[in-house]
Design a protein around this ligand. Structure first.
Ligand code: ZN
Length: 368
């Protein structure tokens, strides 16, 4: 897909997008998808339409695997070692990649199977897509370490003839992330901080909770500094927004959504509500609730509000009974016995199920 003059994207090949910018000598690849086979197919598709050119630079917008895993499908490490290709990444990129894919890698990968449904059959009653894009590709995940790290809050570089202003956005959608503005092309790339759905302050695959306040702050900074001079805004998932008035409105509402989530969770926390009570009560205000691009097609207000609570107060809800309860199996046995045994509990659950009380039935029956 063409984004604007000299900027193209491969979309629909993987959960994420690969962005290709045409430079003076060759092309700059931003985020080479999840696996090398799919990244190779993606860049070949681009070459078919735009002609074969050398890859002169790779940029990793942030530290998640769907933004670097296919790198060996678009470049050869020998060319990096020979100095023919630069790889640019945000500050602390390698440290954060190590935390998510190695230190917490095993349980996070296991839980990602539940979040994205990768093992389900495909179809309308099974896996439709993965929210942020199509399914996660299952090829070979690779990594070549960056050769150039963006360390200052704002840095300006010319990469293969293209002027780029990098804006670090730590502790937003990823702990190491950055936006990019290309002033000559009047195009703003917001990595994964503005997508066409409410994103996750806490992804249910498991991760350190993110900072909704920082997220809003950096979107606001990008809007003030760059968006007024942009004709298109795009990200490394989903599709662009064209037209200056439309993209300013889009970014204001994205910013306001994360800020509202943060501020209103804190307000209700101060009134003494627990995370689950805040999650039940919090909803978008009228000014935002009718906007498609902030609705919960990926994250939800409910579990994100709990994440804001967790960031400030942790998992404990200050009820002593919840500090050291019996572990799940022992607790379930006693609870079901108190209910009069499994058969009695299931009989009542069937009645409630027929009445549509699905949340309660799922909760009670998870103990049988
Ligand atoms: Zn992503």
């Amino acid at each position: 897909f063409q984004v604007t003059d000299r900027i193209y994207q491969v979309r629909g090949f993987d959960i994420s997008n690969m962005t290709i910018i045409e430079g003076s000598r060759g092309v700059i690849v931003i985020d080479p998808l999840v696996s090398s086979e799919i990244a190779r197919a993606g860049i070949e598709l681009y070459f078919q339409h735009r002609g074969r050119k050398p890859v002169t630079a790779v940029i990793y917008s942030h530290s998640h695997v769907d933004h670097f895993g296919g790198v060996r499908g678009v470049i050869d490490e020998a060319d990096v070692k020979a100095g023919n290709v630069v790889i640019i990444a945000p500050d602390k990129f390698m440290e954060e990649v190590t935390k998510e894919t190695i230190l917490a890698g095993t349980p996070m990968l296991r839980r990602a199977m539940f979040q994205f449904g990768g093992l389900l059959p495909k179809g309308p009653r099974a896996q439709v897509d993965a929210g942020l894009g199509k399914v996660i590709s299952r090829g070979t995940v690779t990594l070549i370490p960056p050769t150039q790290i963006i360390k200052q809050p704002i840095e300006v570089h010319t990469i293969d003839g293209v002027e780029m202003i990098f804006q670090l956005t730590p502790d937003t959608e990823a702990p190491a992330e950055m936006h990019m503005f290309y002033p000559g092309l009047r195009a703003l790339n917001l990595a994964e901080n503005a997508t066409h759905n409410l994103h996750n302050i806490y992804p249910i695959r498991g991760a350190q909770v993110r900072d909704a306040n920082a997220w809003a702050k950096y979107l606001n900074e990008a809007r003030d500094r760059f968006a007024t001079k942009a004709d298109v805004v795009f990200a490394q998932h989903h599709w662009p927004v064209w037209g200056n008035a439309r993209l300013l409105d889009y970014l204001a509402k994205q910013r306001d959504t994360y800020k509202y989530l943060h501020d209103q969770t804190l307000r209700l926390m101060s009134h003494g509500l627990k995370a689950s009570e805040i999650a039940e009560r919090l909803a978008l205000p009228k000014s935002l609730e009718k906007e498609w691009h902030v609705r919960g097609y990926y994250g939800t207000f409910s579990h994100n509000a709990k994440a804001v609570y967790q960031r400030y107060l942790g998992w404990y809800d200050a009820n002593p009974a919840n500090l050291n309860p019996l572990p799940p199996v022992e607790r379930a046995k006693k609870t079901i016995a108190y209910m009069g045994g499994a058969a009695a509990a299931i009989a009542r659950a069937r009645e409630d199920f027929a009445k549509g009380e699905y949340r309660w039935v799922a909760d009670a029956m998870s103990q049988v």
